[in-house]
Write a protein that binds this ligand. Structure first.
Ligand SMILES: Cc1ncc(COP(=O)(O)O)c(C=O)c1O
Length: 394
């Protein structure tokens, strides 16, 4: 099997760009290559039309208006703009932000910086499945709270948060609600009006689009959200985000979101069935596993398992033909056990013994079966070695 490419089960880290998406974007490099802000001629006007169309596609996917979409480089930038930008614009009204310990570092690190700058931050604990309840959010709000930031779906354990309830609560209390929906868009239905969302972060490479392009939804009315821009310059994107628009990437993002939302129901049932097959096949062969994340309310493609008495890194190394992640791939350079697994109550050893399998659009049944075999063989081998080497075994 080693001559073959490894089996890709790391779709939370990133997804393969769908060939249909690549095809849609290509003409915007070499044929329609104008600057979308330079509309005194046809090159620019065509580019601007393509951007307008993509903006409509993205808005439609989340129940927004096209004028509410601000293009960015990805969810990291969107989160920074949403959190720092909204808080700074609301600084006269308050100084308190509420978020959760299970958030991605692209939320936690901006709020940590704001804490150093004097903001008051409440970081809520999740339950043992990684879920943040609306009651917990309600209990944290004060009359100085200006922003709540709670993710729609967790990138490590896949758990879905009750964002509709949290959004309604925030609206009732006059507090802005931001959600990092990087893992959710195209996977679960999102409607910014139903969900009471004021700011929502998206990233194209999580839904089979290219890396380096994302967007922030910024509500225009009831309430109109004000943001302090992070970048000053040409005043693009209604002044929220200056910089020449990446037209080919924007076209790709629009195509990718339309494909993902159009296929969502069918695709998520297929992926969920494959995920359950993988789980069952591993469980049948490997004793001593534990499922992390919510047993049912989680992303269809997510399977996060702890393997007792096995080191996750060693396990990954032992199954080189399967590409998975131990902890969050976004901070894979960080040797610390995953902050999310710790937040849901795993001790360091169990957190270190965990693997995240992320199934996606291109995952096949054959791959799932091969992956389960590879996991079972590798765990067997490592556990055998652990017994042989253990100082307690003699
Ligand atoms: C929940 C979540 N937020 C933010 C990000 C960062 O996204 P980007 O790579 O587009 O900056 C990721 C990527 O892993 C993510 O999973």
């Amino acid at each position: 099997m080693s001559a073959r490419r490894p089996i890709y089960l790391d779709n939370h880290a990133t997804t393969r760009t769908d060939p249909r998406v690549v095809e849609a974007m290509l003409p915007y490099f070499t044929e329609v290559y104008g600057n979308a802000a330079s509309i005194s001629h046809r090159f620019g006007r065509e580019a601007a039309e393509a951007v307008d169309h993509a903006r409509e596609q993205i808005a439609l996917a989340i129940g927004a208006d096209a004028r509410e979409i601000v293009f960015t480089s990805g969810a990291t930038e969107s989160n920074n703009l949403a959190i720092k930008g909204a808080a700074q614009a609301a600084a006269k009204r308050g100084n308190h932000i509420v978020t959760a310990s299970t958030e991605h570092r692209a939320v936690l690190d901006p709020v940590r910086r704001m804490a150093r700058e004097g903001w008051e931050i409440t970081v809520l604990d999740s339950d043992e499945h990684g879920r943040i309840s609306a009651e917990a959010v309600a209990g944290a709000l004060t009359d100085r709270t200006v922003l709540v930031s709670i993710m729609a779906a967790n990138n490590e354990v896949g758990t879905l948060n009750p964002i509709t309830e949290i959004g309604r609560l925030c609206h009732d209390r006059g507090v802005l609600f931001h959600t990092d929906a990087a893992q959710a868009v195209g996977k679960i239905p999102i409607d910014v009006h139903r969900d009471g969302v004021d700011l929502l972060s998206l990233s194209a490479h999580k839904f089979y689009g290219p890396k380096g392009i994302g967007a922030l939804y910024v509500r225009r009315r009831d309430p109109q959200v004000r943001l302090q821009p992070m970048l000053d310059g040409g005043g693009h994107e209604r002044g929220f985000r200056s910089g020449t628009l990446a037209v080919p990437l924007i076209v790709a993002m629009g195509t990718a979101v339309e494909l993902a939302v159009g296929a969502m129901d069918e695709e998520s049932s297929r992926i969920r069935a494959l995920r359950d097959r993988l789980h069952a096949a591993i469980a049948a062969q490997v004793p001593g596993i534990r499922l992390n994340g919510h047993p049912t309310d989680r992303l269809a493609g997510n399977l996060n398992l702890s393997f007792s008495d096995v080191d996750g890194e060693a396990l990954m190394m032992a199954m080189r033909d399967v590409a998975v992640s131990s902890g969050s791939a976004c901070s894979a350079a960080d040797p610390e056990p995953s902050h999310v697994l710790r937040a849901i109550g795993l001790d360091d050893d169990l957190a270190r013994s965990s693997l995240r399998f992320g199934l996606g659009r291109f995952t096949t049944e054959e791959e799932v079966d091969l992956a389960a075999e590879a996991v079972a063989t590798a765990v067997d081998r490592l556990r055998g070695q652990a017994v042989a080497w253990s100082p307690l075994s003699g």
